[in-house]
Design a protein around this ligand. Structure first.
Ligand code: PAF
Length: 281
């Protein structure tokens, strides 16, 4: 049982992992941008439960922010994050600087994402998934895990990472873990730290709308339900960016309920952009 080691460089991380690699132990990886919450902690528990050693990275990746002010306002709570991780054993915390990650100016691999990146988030945050794919590829190359754990809240990100692993033929299993929710159903997110109490209450309309869609799925066509759900959502006072019911496998548009569908929502609550989704039964 080894308490968390904190490392900042690739070399230090390799040294910390050396004995584990030599003993052929399994490495789990939980990439994060910090501001850790119960959602992240559940990913780490899942990783610790299925791997011999777990690397948790805390790195706010500048290349995935398409707006400078979004990067500037992203919560930075490193001290509290490290405290939260203090009780984990057999965990290595990787906290690199930007220069450590992007030290070689290596061009990201050209990956065919089959249009997944262009839909939903991709439309509203151009370049976002290029940045995510870029940093995840670099982190995967550094950590070389057997398993990597991601939250289902970022549904599209999970699809993008799965496609990245498939195209690059990386021997990494991607595990998507269920979304953790606040008392009112609001999906846990680092960005929730930027909401005041009133906004947290107002933001419950996102989960309520997802439940509304689930409950009414068998009564309406997709087109009708999307319209009804949008009207339901708009009663809540948030500013909707998109509410779409799409193919759960690749987020492509759907006309009928034949295939598995997911409802995805993105909205502004005050200045804070929130996303959530529900795979429909
Ligand atoms: O989901 C996140 O926190 C980030 O997109 C990730 C996967 C850590 C890459 O920066």
């Amino acid at each position: 049982m080894i308490p968390p080691t904190i490392v900042a460089s690739r070399n230090e991380l390799n040294t910390a992992l050396l004995a584990w690699r030599k003993a052929d132990k399994s490495i789990g990886f939980v990439p994060t941008m910090g501001a850790l919450h119960a959602g992240h902690i559940s990913l780490i528990h899942e990783a610790v439960g299925t791997c011999d050693v777990v690397v948790v990275s805390i790195f706010i990746n500048p290349t995935q922010f398409n707006k400078a002010e979004d990067l500037a306002q992203y919560p930075k709570t490193l001290e509290a994050d490290l405290l939260l991780l203090n009780n984990f054993t057999d965990v290595i915390i990787f906290v690199p600087e930007v220069s450590e990650i992007y030290q070689n100016n290596v061009e990201p691999s050209k990956i065919d994402f089959d249009s997944i990146c262009e839909r939903l988030e991709g439309k509203f945050r151009p370049g976002h998934f290029d940045g995510v794919a870029q940093v995840v590829e670099i982190l995967f190359n550094i950590v070389q895990p057997q398993k990597a754990f991601f939250g289902q809240k970022d549904y599209q990100q999970v699809l993008v990472v799965k496609q990245l692993v498939k195209v690059l033929e990386l021997p990494i299993e991607i595990i998507a873990c269920p979304t953790k929710r606040e008392f009112n159903g609001l999906a846990m997110s680092s960005r929730n730290l930027l909401l005041n109490e009133q906004e947290i209450n107002a933001a419950e309309i996102i989960w309520k709308t997802l439940c509304f869609v689930q409950e009414n799925k068998d009564k309406y066509s997709i087109n009708e339900l999307q319209k009804l759900a949008t009207a339901f959502f708009n009663e809540g006072g948030l500013s909707l960016e998109y509410l779409e019911i799409v193919n759960a496998a690749d987020l492509s548009p759907v006309k009928d309920w034949v295939q598995d569908c997911v409802c995805c929502i993105a909205a502004f609550c005050g200045k804070v952009r929130l996303i959530d989704n529900l795979v429909l039964n």
